[in-house]
Each structure stands twice: as C-alpha cells, then as structure tokens.
Design a binder for this molecule. Structure first.
Ligand SMILES: [Cu+2]
Length: 678
C-alpha cells in the first residue's frame, strides 16, 4: 500500500518536518492513468464464463472498506474494515445474496487482517498491536479485547500491520509496513520486518527489508512468502520467500538489525544506491534475498495485496496448490505458481481475472470452494468503479484454455496447459516468444525494466498427451524475469487461443537435468547482438544531435524544463513561434523516472494510454508508442540527469500537449507547448 489521500492524520510527532514530509509524500500520488485503464470488456466477458463474480450488497450506512475476512462455519463471514469496525455477514452464500450485517466490534485502529484464534475468538492485527477479540457471553458482540503483543508506532500514516497468519507451530506472524518520508522510514522497531508472536505475546523478529508487505502466507508445504509493493528500493511488485535472518531489500528496518533478538546480519552501512539488479547485488551481499517471483509493474498489478493458496483441491478450478494475489490499483487477481529449484524458490505469475468493483485487498476461501474478495480503493484509487465492497467468486466448472504452470528446465521452460494443445501450432517455434528483463535495485521509487533481451526459441517438444510443451531457447539468464508468450498456439479441441497467453517466470536457477539443445558456442555473440539492437540513440523523434545547419547550438530558443515532486513538470506552458529552432533540455530533479513527449494537439492522454499498453516492451522504447501523434521525445531520464533534444516547432499554430509517458504519469504530468503564428 502506498499513501491514502484522505486518512485523518495526526502530524504532531512529525510537525518539525511536516512540510518536507508532505512534499515528499506527494511524489507518491496515485496517477490516474495508471489506475483508470479500464479492463478489456472482451477479456472480462471471457473470464466471466469460468469464474463468476457476485458482489454482495452493502447497506449505505456501512463503509465496508474490507481489510480482513474470515469464513466462519456455518455460512458466516466476519469482516474487518479500515474504519476499525468488525462485521458479521450472514447470507453471503445465498443465490441472490441479500446479506445481513451485524456489528461485532468497533473502535479498532485500521485492522488489516483477521483469523480465527485456536483458543477461541479471533486475532486481528491493528496498527499498534495484535489483539484477540472474543464474544464470551454469546450476544454476538465482542466483549474481550485482549492485547497479545504491541507494535511500536511513530504516527506515520504508512505504519500498517498486516496479518496475522497462523504458523504451523501455533504462533502468529505479522508484517509491519515502513513509515513514509521523514529522516527514517523505520523510526521505531520493528518497522519493515516480519515478526512472529507466541500466543502469550513473546515477539521474535524474523526478517527485515520489507516495505509495504500487504500479503503474507505460509504454504501448505510450510514455506513463508510475502508480497511487497513497488516503491523506494522496490523496483516492481514482488513475492519473496522468507526465512529467519533474511533481508529482502528495503534498508530502513536495518536500523534495528543490531537489537537483541535480531537474526538479520546485514547492517545499514552495507547498503548503497546499488543501481544494479537485485540478483547481482545478492551475490555480493550475503543475507540479501532476491524475489521468488517478480510481478511486473503495471502489467501484473501496481499495488499487490493479499496472497492465498488454492487449498480447494480442484474445487475452485485447475490451479490447486497455486496462489492468487490481489491488487488494489488494478482491481484484479493474479495467479502464481511456485517451485523450488536447487533449493531456491521461484516461479511464474499470470493474469487470472479482472474487472472487480474496487481494489482487491483481501481474499479467503469459504465453504464449497467459494472465494470471497474484500475491496477498498481508498488512498490510491482503483480501476474498479466503487470505493469499497465485497464480492464472491465461484468456479462454474468449465475450464478455460490456459497456461496451467511454467517450470524451469536446464535450457528453457516446461509449460503445462489446462487442455491438450493443437500439435501443429504448439510444435511451431514461431508460436512462442520469450524475452528476459529485470529491474535495478536502488533508492529511487520504482524502476524501469532494463536489459530486455529476446530469447530465440530453438526447439519445441510437444508431449504425447498434448498437455505440456517443452521449450528450449538461447539467451536465458539466471536472475532475470522471462516473459513467455504463447500467442500462436491453439487448443486441440475447438481451436481456442490461450485466454491469458503470457507468463512471467523469474528464473533464479536453471533446473538440473538433460538439455534438449546443445550449448551454442556463439551464444554470447547472439545474445550481445540482441541487446545492442534495442539500445536507444538518435532517431528522428529523439533528436539528440544538433542539426549541422543550425547557426548556433542553442537554436533560436532554448528551454530548460525540469520536474517537481508529485508527477509535475516545473512549467506547464511553453510558448514559441511556429517554425522556431528549439533546444530543449529536460532535467529530472525528481526521485522517479520521467520523460518528455511532445504530442499532437489534444493527443497527450491518448499517447499516455498507448504508452501504458506497451507493457514490458515499453522500457526499450522509452515508453514512447509508435504513433503519428508523437512528434518528438526525450529518453527516460534518471533522477538528477538530463536529456537534450533539438527540434523545429510545428509550423501550424496550436496548443501541443506534452506529457511524461512513463507508465501512469501522463494524466498528471503534462503541459502545453503553445505554438503561435510567426
Ligand atoms: Cu513521469
């Protein structure tokens, strides 16, 4: 989670630096374009044919910003809200639901999870403590509010506590968000940590380096995972396997790694602004753990939330044992398959279904393999049209043609499908495309995909039953995310295309075993050539060289355009005469990545939308779509650097939009180049 816009804050403890705090926080504003890209109606209609959504009506008097859900037999739900209330919901399973809401508790401090307590009652994680609630007199209202363990808080709005999750040993685990802004983001212990708490309240720190870990889960095999949100030090959304002593990347919480009880050996002075991929830094920095699965930003979510295992043994569909992951911003669910290779967890992420009413924050499985999805948009907004809600998702029994799972091989990937593939299309290497990329590990907020490299598919072997395909490719790289597209294959029966034809596999380790293609002696040259082909340089629309026929290097008019926090250019109106020779220096003084794109009059938002649709390919194109509406642009400019372009102002007077087309920025980060008649 990032920053709520309307949370009633008390800034007293931060009064000394309230102004810089707010200024910095603004850089984290939601970006409307990022949030409000509507899901494809064609896609959601197709998804509806397999998994149906049924919103549960909510009375107007209840602000049901769902932050936790537990299914309670028989046929009841208990739901926490961000406003601190806990509601019983009856009738949630009815065919035409008209649920009844009964207040169980109120006055809690933004609880963000609820589970049944083995000793009776329920555990909730409030911002400041783990609490057990119980109704001992049977009147339906909580009458026990027992503090199990306290979590220090400083007053930052961003100090969320997520969980708890019941550990196999009977203890409870909670993840503690870092604060936002200020001199430190972990002003109090154990911000940025996962902690374990015994039922009698003993707290043990487990792992550090968490930023905004809105989801945590223990798998049925006993492995712990957290989700984390893009932000400072976190290039993109990710899922990390957590073991005691791990440091997973955000350095704020390392302040407390020296305290008694800490199992984390990494110290703050070992962290610098690396500007290298995390898996590269992890080789040099023992204790740093790279993600098991990256969730590419803006493609598979922008603010991932809960993760839950499909424990329905096939009653919810063909993905038993995999995980579903929510996303507040994009109001959708992703799917993740995990495997352990050479002792390291890794796996693939896939789209599952979108089109929810609001930001998907919490999921749980209830009776008869019914999934309940709790929703809130507050703070950052969401694609969904509503501010909050709760929905039911049920599998109708039909199975879509999907990539069921991707597994690593020594020389590629093994893809299994939910139905047999058509052998002709599936056996054709041209039906697939694979490309690797990663993100830099650095202090700046978020990161662009880098080092994108196409991985030519050399060999395809379709299994005799048609349910799996082994792909062998070159230019695969350990540590990198591999985008695997199966756009060309069809189902054996009916000829359908794959419903969600892209998987993102984080290849931490190649699998052992036999190769099906030889190691190519010239692989290094092949792969290096592919990298240089995408390097950006001078193009007609990215004119970084001063034209030789210009009389002086400044042109007729020079602009120094800068940035301001909060997704803004420092000037929103530049005025020139038609046909003027312009030298434009775009200097990025913000802590995020930005570019400058000059567009045809009125076309800025269309270009921004097209840039977002480039997905992972966008980075190699500086997020500039191939469009006649793009006139000129800079590269994506790193913080504290600049890019200079030379162009001639349009000959037709008018108001020409300029935008930053970095995904999600265009709706806010924009201005006008006013071209006046000569
Ligand atoms: Cu920008």
């Amino acid at each position: 989670m990032k920053r709520p816009l309307s949370f009633p804050l008390t800034f007293s403890v931060l009064a000394g630096f309230a102004v810089p705090f707010l200024a910095f926080a603004q850089t984290n504003n939601p970006s409307a374009a990022e949030r409000f890209i509507k899901p494809s109606e064609v896609l959601t209609a197709a998804e509806n044919r397999y998994w149906q959504r049924t919103p549960l009506p909510v009375p107007d008097a209840i602000v049901l910003e769902v932050s936790g859900i537990v299914a309670v037999a028989p046929a009841r739900l208990l739901v926490t809200t961000r406003r601190g209330e806990v509601w019983w919901i009856d009738g949630a399973y009815d065919a035409e639901p008209k649920p009844r809401y009964t207040l169980f508790a109120q006055g809690l401090h933004e609880p963000l999870g609820i589970i049944a307590a083995p000793k009776g009652g329920f555990y909730v994680a409030q911002r400041q403590e783990l609490t057990r609630l119980a109704d001992t007199d049977g009147d339906g209202r909580a009458d026990v509010f027992e503090t199990v363990a306290k979590f220090p808080i400083s007053g930052s709005y961003h100090e969320y506590a997520f969980g708890p999750v019941l550990a196999p040993n009977g203890n409870l685990r909670v993840t503690l968000n870092v604060a936002f802004g200020g001199a430190t983001q972990a002003p109090v212990p154990w911000r940025g940590w996962m902690v374990e708490i015994t039922p009698d309240g003993q707290l043990t720190p487990i792992a550090a380096g968490l930023r905004s870990p809105a989801g945590l889960a223990v798998s049925s095999q006993g492995a712990w995972f957290t989700t984390d949100n893009q932000g400072e030090w976190v290039g993109s959304g990710k899922i990390t396997h957590i073991e005691s002593g791990d440091f997973i990347g955000h350095p704020a919480g390392l302040t407390w790694s020296k305290l008694p009880g800490s199992t984390v050996a990494v110290r703050p002075d070992q962290i610098s602004d690396f500007e290298q991929p995390m898996h590269v830094v992890a080789k040099k920095l023992p204790g740093l753990k790279a993600p098991a699965v990256w969730l590419p930003h803006a493609v598979l979510g922008i603010s991932n939330s809960a993760m839950i295992e499909d424990t329905t043994a096939g009653k919810f569909g063909p993905f038993a044992g995999q995980f579903f992951v929510g996303d507040q911003g994009q109001s959708k669910l992703m799917r993740v398959s995990l495997e352990q290779v050479q002792g390291v967890w890794q796996g693939a992420a896939y789209a599952f279904r979108e089109g929810f009413d609001s930001g998907t924050m919490r999921m749980t499985f209830g009776e008869n393999a019914t999934m309940f999805v709790g929703e809130t948009a507050r703070g950052w907004g969401s694609v969904g049209p509503k501010q909050y809600g709760i929905e039911r998702v049920t599998w109708i029994g039909a199975t879509p043609f999907e990539i069921k799972e991707v597994k690593a091989q020594p020389d590629g990937f093994l893809l299994t499908f939910t139905a047999p593939v058509d052998r002709a299309t599936a056996g054709n290497p041209a039906s697939y495309s694979i490309a690797g990329f990663t993100y830099n590990y650095h202090a700046a907020y978020g990161a662009a995909p880098i080092d994108r490299l196409a991985c030519p598919v050399r060999k395809v072997v379709v299994a005799p039953d048609g349910l799996s395909v082994r792909l062998a490719a070159v230019c695969l790289r350990e540590g990198y995310i591999h985008e695997i597209k199966v756009q060309g294959i069809r189902a054996a029966a009916g000829g359908a295309a794959v419903l969600h034809p892209t998987a993102y596999y984080t290849l931490n380790r190649f699998a052992p075993g036999d190769r099906i293609i030889p190691i190519e002696p010239n692989a290094a040259e092949i792969c290096a050539a592919a990298v240089s082909a995408v390097a950006l340089g001078h193009t007609a629309k990215h004119p970084i060289k001063q034209p030789t026929d210009w009389p002086n290097s400044e042109g007729d008019q020079q602009f120094l355009l800068g940035t301001q926090p909060g997704l803004k250019f420092d000037q929103t109106l530049l005025t020139v005469k038609a046909g003027t020779r312009i030298r434009l220096i775009f200097k990025n003084t913000d802590d995020m990545l930005h570019n400058f794109v000059l567009c045809a009059p009125g076309k800025g938002q269309d270009v921004g939308t097209a840039a977002l649709a480039l997905g992972i390919e966008g980075a190699a194109k500086s997020y500039v779509p191939d469009s006649a509406d793009v006139l000129f642009h800079t590269s994506v400019v790193q913080p504290e650097t600049s890019d200079t372009i030379y162009f001639i102002a349009p000959s037709t007077p008018g108001d020409y939009d300029f935008i930053c087309s970095f995904p999600g920025h265009a709706a806010l980060m924009k201005g006008i180049l006013r071209v006046e008649a000569k």
